[in-house]
Ligand binder design. Structure first.
Ligand code: GLA
Length: 425
């Protein structure tokens, strides 16, 4: 029934699981015959830009064909009357965990931090925070939320730098707001959900990519103006993601610490350079004049950001001129800067990047996402996958014990709504 070949596997799994729940009548009384619809949203890798989004700079992510899917069936409250409580019930298939949000309590949940904490049940089930956060933000934005039963599942590796959290937010949003097309506002709403309710001070890159990316293209996003262009990737190129197996958590201190360091640096720089809204306003030339004012650690942080922002338009020029090799080199430059100046790489990620870069046909490699573990992205010519796998595995196993995973991925378009015609009787 949900076997449309173009549906990503998690979308089929979520819809099938929801249908089974309904058929088993596990969802309780009062189910209205209705249509299952599925919001499916992709993860992403970032080719250029790293920790540049919250500095109002540029980023260059690509959405990939790993998805989170949220299947939804609207329900009618028991008794069917207007006064009967209606709710949104979410089942997280991958966590075998479910929770219910009473729609009449959304205002209370927003106002009362403890009530929110009770709902999401501490840190054990972090997926609940992202889902509940999107629901609360949609309600605050005045969007109508239908009483529903929902099942969520995904195949974006969690905590690995492929942005499973933004894919989760975008999938939930898309499933619950079928009339709402993917918009910049939707991306901002999901970012707010993550900042406020999951406690992660992320920038806008991941949510924007999960909504607005286009298959076959990289998303050239200006994180200050929120304007973007979808730019063609080098012809005949392919993406392999190498997962170091080391998991990280963005809510951990290091990401937040980088943001605080940038704020401290801005405080010092403003006294010397005058008004600076963000590091976007600091050109490499002005930085060269004033860098000595900063203590060493902050100087290295700022040097990374200023260089990483400037690298993105250079990359776009190389792509436009068909200079694929030059474009690829910028990925490696970005990795070096993230490792040496921003201190967000690990010995494992460095080993993967340098081994991959030696392989013929590889255009460039770098860590993806925030760093501190997770994955590297390798941009390469089609056909060198086997060689890449054996070279990287050999170099890695000579030094480290965890097993690597290789994902050969395709580019994908942003969040979409599927189905809506299946009738559950
Ligand atoms: C995480 C955040 C993004 C961005 C990257 C680093 O993925 O969610 O906003 O800051 O790290 O580029």
């Amino acid at each position: 029934m949900f076997s449309e070949p173009e549906w990503p596997p998690p979308a089929r799994r979520a819809a099938e699981a929801l249908r089974r729940l309904v058929e088993a009548d596990e969802v309780g009384g009062g189910l209205e015959a209705g249509s299952i619809r599925v919001g499916a949203a992709p993860g992403r890798v970032n080719l250029l830009g790293g920790h540049t989004d919250y500095n109002e700079g540029y980023v260059l992510p690509v959405a990939v064909n790993r998805y989170v899917a949220c299947a939804v069936l609207e329900t009618v409250p028991e008794g069917g009357g207007e006064d009967d409580a209606s709710s949104l019930e979410f089942y997280g298939l991958d966590f075998d965990d479910r929770f219910t949000i009473e729609l009449t309590r959304l205002g209370d949940l927003r106002a009362d931090g403890e009530a929110f904490e009770r709902l999401v049940g501490g840190q054990q089930y972090r997926w609940r925070r992202y889902v509940a956060g999107v629901v609360l933000e949609m309600d605050e934005a005045g969007m109508a939320l239908p009483a529903s039963q929902a099942v969520i599942t995904g195949d974006v590796p969690i905590g690995s730098g492929l942005s499973s959290s933004a894919a989760l937010e975008a999938a939930v949003y898309t499933a619950l707001a079928p009339a709402g097309p993917a918009t910049v506002e939707a991306a901002l709403l999901c970012q707010r959900a993550e900042n406020r309710w999951a406690g992660v001070p992320c920038g806008i890159m991941d949510q924007f990519a999960s909504f607005m990316a286009q298959e076959g293209r990289v998303l050239f996003l200006d994180c200050r103006r929120l304007t973007y262009k979808n730019v063609r990737l080098p012809g005949g190129s392919a993406i392999t993601v190498v997962d170091s197996g080391i998991r990280r958590e963005l809510a951990d201190g290091e990401y937040r610490k980088r943001r605080q360091e940038i704020e401290s640096a801005l405080g010092i720089l403003r006294k010397v350079v005058g008004p600076l809204q963000s590091l976007r306003d600091l050109t490499p030339e002005v930085f060269a004049e004033v860098e000595d004012m900063l203590p060493l650690r902050l100087r290295r942080r700022v040097e990374h950001v200023v260089g990483a922002i400037a690298r993105v338009p250079r990359g776009i020029t190389h792509l436009a001129l068909g200079e694929d090799g030059e474009f690829g080199k910028l990925l490696n430059e970005c990795h070096r800067s993230l490792a040496d100046l921003y201190d967000v790489s690990t010995a494992e990620l460095d080993t993967i990047v340098s081994a991959a870069s030696e392989v013929e046909g590889v255009l460039g490699a770098r860590l993806t996402g925030a760093g501190f573990g997770g994955c590297c992205v390798v941009l390469h010519r089609e056909g060198c996958e086997d060689e890449l796998r054996s070279a990287v595995t050999a170099a890695f196993e000579a030094k480290f014990s965890p097993t690597l995973s290789f994902y050969h991925l395709h580019t994908a378009s942003g969040a979409r709504l599927l189905g809506g015609k299946e009738t559950v009787q």
